[in-house]
Design a protein around this ligand. Structure first.
Ligand SMILES: Nc1nc2c(ncn2[C@@H]2O[C@H](COP(=O)(O)OP(=O)(O)OP(=O)(O)O)[C@@H](O)[C@H]2O)c(=O)[nH]1
Ligand SMILES: [Mg+2]
Length: 203
């Protein structure tokens, strides 16, 4: 447990100018890259609760499309990123396997917004995440993690397949690349800001 990215300091003090801390969760199906995203964007050494997948999981864990995967998140990932001098995001990566989904409701508590990560090879896995977020009335954006061998569906096709309303932002990303992960988070914060503004305008 608790694997870490060695080049990052374990304690990095928050800047004095930070005013707003937002709790964000990263959800999605098994092996879509949630842990990878939290690791690549976090400015502190991320907390990960990865465990090696063993033979005991055969028949329980659906690994057929993620054959290279050797570990899985058994609780959650945690990381932090300062988007600018004032806004800090606290990132929680959810566990993707169905047997850990009972943890999600707790993770959603106090969450301002969410990222749903999608792998186009296994779109069905995204339904549960989208359903839970809609149920909790948690605003979200959808980010398509383009694995190298994934089929090249356009964003429009993916929007249709997921029956996503037009107002939900949908973007491409590479969860391994920090700048790409950061773009996803900026899209989410812009979306939350626009929703807050719209709410303020309604009498
Ligand atoms: N080629 C490629 N591999 C990726 C990408 N994103 C993640 N991976 C790899 O995919 C595997 C699964 O990534 P994880 O980040 O563990 O996925 P997860 O969603 O946290 O998985 P669970 O917590 O077990 O549900 C890892 O081996 C990553 O290195 C990507 O964009 N492209
Ligand atoms: Mg994970």
């Amino acid at each position: 447990m608790g694997s870490a990215t060695s080049e990052l300091p374990s304690r990095m003090p928050l800047s004095d100018t930070a005013e707003t801390g937002l709790k964000i969760v990263v959800v999605g199906g098994f092996g879509v890259g949630k842990t990878t995203l939290v690791r690549s964007v976090s400015e502190i050494r991320p907390l990960n609760t990865e465990e090696v997948m063993t033979q005991a999981g055969i028949g329980v864990d659906e690994t057929s499309d993620v054959a290279a995967k050797t570990t899985t998140t058994v609780a959650f990932d945690f990381g932090r990123i300062s988007l600018n001098e004032r806004v800090v995001l606290y990132l929680f990566g959810a566990p993707g396997q169905e047997r850990f989904w009972f943890l999600w409701d707790r993770l959603f508590s106090g969450t301002l917004g969410a990222v749903v990560l999608v792998d186009t090879r296994r779109m069905d896995d995204s339904w549960y995440a989208i359903d839970r977020l809609e149920h909790h009335k948690t605003p979200f954006v959808v980010a398509v993690n383009r694995f190298d061998d994934a089929s090249p569906h356009s964003l429009d096709e993916i929007r249709q397949a997921l029956a996503l309303p037009d107002h939900v932002p949908l973007i491409d990303c590479d969860a391994r690349v920090r700048s790409s992960g950061k773009d996803v988070l900026i899209t989410l914060v812009d979306h939350l800001y626009a929703l807050a503004m719209a709410q303020e305008m309604t009498p």
